[in-house]
Design a protein around this ligand. Structure first.
Ligand SMILES: [Zn+2]
Length: 747
């Protein structure tokens, strides 16, 4: 019980102990075991014996039996519950009987796929090479590609490669599609929002091609715990799906500690930085010998935490801390994963990139800097500590934000609440039309075909009018130049990444940044932190998507401001209640990075600023908004009130919608050009939206009720970061003004 003792010692110190709002022990439990079913072949059983697998956990046994019955299914269990056997066994068993059969494994990221392939290749080899497993991704060499198309029994790939590399070239993959018996989809819960909506359409295209070659593969999916696994799987696959969700794997006890940084300025309601508190706690845990993972909410925070921890342990040579996030080159990430697995690292600081099932071995403690935004990801992050039977622990360190303060002070919302539902909208017209183009390129459409619940004929006729398709004898043929999948990214609106180049180290590429983040992170004058090293961005070549940097050693980092403007394009629903008018529809959002602040390490003081001169980015999306009548001439009061209510809404809406706070953005306008009135908009951060704005429109009153509750229950005097926002932003009377607006117009 080493971890438990260490935790008690740390919390016995009032410096830490007095800030704890809740300690919850989640008891461990014994494994529920079952015998390996008789229909598993002897040679496979023998190999399992060699790998010390003498029996199965109950969910694994159930999955294998369900697969045997030919049903489509999703296995829903937490990390480290032995999910891979749930699909590997049925697939290997089948392939041993029929070496002509084929299976397609889909993993949401390349890293996860690489993890899997190593395991499967070794099983295949030990079974006498009868089963050949190959990865097909951007790194697969040309000569291997040719071979794996015909010889590979198991093809491991990701949705992006399926979309651009396999489906458009299906004729080269005839052998795979004719004999395809299984499609394995790992981490099904990651396919939500825009990515999930795209993926559902990729699966529609896949189903079309399988039908063309005369196969009807069975789906075996796995998912982390979400609120609606069966419904989500059915929407993605457009089939009935069996759900297996009783977890039979063993667990060690785990203690979750809710920690609220102390108030440093009671009048302004300012708490000590969650970043510094998390750094302090992680420092104690690592010093005591616990291998610790620290999750940060952003890339900048990841690098800051790694820098601070690195400096803390500078003098102790044996302690090794690393950072991990998107934007690192694959080789760097593999190295950190390996060092973690082999126990060479004492600590790792990561964004949510390490939330997924990449194999990093066993960690003993997790520190979450801020509430990750959803119950599901919080459990995933906490689950990174304590894969064994030993005691493990996790800290959730609250920030000053309203959502964080709510969770830290009401831990039961998290501990007893059900996890979020995954939401997708496969019929989002922007997304679906793109995939209909891809599908038409792959195989001509006939007039009688269907594509999800869309009015396919209407879309096809539209594409014909626009000379994308040509109609002949009741069939629609692709006629435009090039092939469409290349230009369509499944992940975001922009498919292109910016690269960061160290101009002093022989023009070496040190990292990547996605298009929408580039103006914020790698504008000229920005300090780009990578692997705890700092780089000054000297020049950003926006057209070439390249940033030129040089290493520096400064005591500040940079933080950019984003100016946002919004135009209403189309109103789909509208309602008037008393003085308030609310609506839902399509909008165009224009975002431009304007200037940046230089912020000093540790004290986080503002020590200077500069301008950013970059073009604005435009996005069409879905929004919900409401407006109130102008009240007299006191525009300042209205401004402060709107700002306060908007800040609260920005935090409450994700909670009410059960989505990631990153999915939504709030904008307050004191005289909105469209409504001509004071208006608050909440828009979805992805082109076309995925259905949150319709949901917010219908839950308008619940949303505002929750806003009012948080406002009334906050102990501050005149407003603080935990409710309407800091006084510098909303003014001395911010809280009163927000209350006035809510009472005057909204209730
Ligand atoms: Zn407050």
């Amino acid at each position: 019980m080493k971890a438990k003792q260490i935790l008690n010692e740390i919390l016995d110190n009032p410096r830490w102990g007095k800030n704890v709002t809740k300690r919850e022990v989640i008891p461990g439990r014994e494994a529920v075991l079952e015998e390996i079913p008789g229909f598993i072949r002897e040679d496979l059983k023998e190999l399992m014996g060699k790998k010390k697998i003498a029996s199965l956990y109950s969910h694994q046994a159930k999955a294998i039996k369900t697969a045997r019955e030919g049903k489509d299914m999703v296995v829903v269990t937490p990390t480290a519950s032995g999910k891979t056997l749930c699909y590997n066994l049925p697939v290997l068993n089948r392939l041993l009987y029929n070496p002509e059969a084929r299976a397609l494994f889909l993993f949401p990221t390349k890293a996860l796929a690489q993890d899997q392939v190593a395991g499967l290749v070794s099983w295949g080899e030990e079974l006498g090479e009868r089963i050949k497993t190959y990865t097909y991704d951007g790194d697969t060499p040309g000569e291997v590609r040719k071979k794996l198309r015909t010889a590979g029994n198991i093809i491991i790939t990701n949705p992006d490669m399926l979309h651009t590399g396999i489906l458009p070239h299906h004729t080269k993959w005839m052998k795979l599609f004719e004999n395809l018996e299984f499609i394995v989809i790992d981490e099904l819960h990651t396919y939500r929002g825009v990515f999930g909506s795209h993926f559902a359409n990729v699966l529609r295209r896949l189903a079309r091609i399988c039908e063309f070659y005369g196969s009807r593969p069975q789906f075996i999916c796995t998912s982390a715990t979400i609120g609606n696994p069966g419904e989500h799987a059915s929407r993605l696959l457009e089939r009935e799906v069996s759900v297996i969700d009783e977890d039979g794997s063993p667990r060690g006890p785990k203690e979750v500690v809710f920690y609220n940084p102390p108030v440093v300025n009671a009048a302004l309601g300012i708490r000590r930085s969650s970043l510094l508190e998390a750094e302090g706690l992680a420092g104690e845990l690592i010093k005591a010998g616990l291998q610790t993972i620290i999750f940060a909410r952003s890339r900048i925070h990841t690098e800051l935490l790694a820098t601070y921890l690195g400096r803390r342990f500078n003098r102790i040579g044996e302690i090794k801390i690393r950072s991990y996030r998107g934007g690192y080159l694959p080789r760097e990430r593999r190295l950190v994963e390996k060092e973690l697995r082999e126990g060479e690292l004492n600590g790792v600081v990561s964004t949510n990139a390490l939330e997924l099932g990449i194999d990093i071995g066993t960690l003993q403690a997790a520190v979450l800097t801020g509430y990750p935004g959803t119950i599901a990801s919080t459990w995933q992050q906490i689950g990174r500590a304590g894969r064994t039977r030993d005691y493990s622990l996790a800290f959730i360190v609250g920030t000053s934000g309203p959502l964080n303060q709510f969770i830290i002070n009401n831990p039961s919302y998290f501990l007893e609440g059900s996890t979020e539902e995954a939401l997708i909208n496969p019929d989002n017209l922007v997304i679906a039309v793109n995939h209909i183009k891809c599908a038409a390129f792959e195989l001509p459409f006939s007039e009688e075909e269907s594509f999800g619940r869309l009015d396919l004929k209407e879309v096809l006729d539209f594409l014909e009018e626009n000379q994308v398709l040509r109609k002949s004898n009741g069939r629609y043929y692709w006629m435009a130049e090039g092939y469409p999948a290349e230009d369509i990214s499944l992940r975001s609106a922009a498919s292109d990444n910016f690269v960061v180049i160290d101009s002093q180290a022989g023009a070496k590429v040190i990292g990547e940044v996605d298009r929408f983040s580039a103006p914020m992170l790698i504008h000229e004058g920005a300090i780009y932190i990578h692997g705890s090293s700092q780089y000054h961005i000297d020049r950003l070549d926006y057209d070439q998507e390249k940033a030129y940097a040089r290493p520096v050693d400064v005591d500040y980092y940079t933080d950019a401001d984003l100016a946002v403007d919004l135009k209403v394009l189309d109103v789909f629903a509208e309602e008037q209640n008393g003085a308030v008018r609310r609506a839902q529809g399509d909008v165009s959002v224009l975002a431009k990075a304007t200037k940046y602040k230089k912020i000093k390490f540790y004290t986080h003081e503002n020590v200077g600023w500069g301008n950013i001169n970059l073009p604005e980015e435009e996005m069409h999306t879905s929004a919900y908004w409401f407006s109130v009548p102008e009240s007299g001439k006191d525009r300042e009061k209205m401004q402060s009130a709107l700002m306060g209510v908007a800040n609260l809404l920005g935090n409450v809406a994700p909670l009410e919608m059960m989505c990631d706070p990153q999915d939504l953005r709030v904008l307050a306008q004191v005289k909105a050009p469209f409504t001509n009135q004071p208006t608050i908009y909440i828009y979805e951060r992805y082109p076309g939206g995925v259905g949150f704005s319709e949901k917010m429109f219908s839950q308008h009153f619940e949303l505002l009720q929750r806003v009012k509750n948080i406002l009334e229950n906050c102990p501050c005097q005149s407003g603080c970061p935990s409710c309407v926002g800091p006084v510098e932003e909303v003014g001395e009377k911010g809280k009163d003004n927000a209350r006035w607006l809510l009472e005057e117009f909204l209730f």
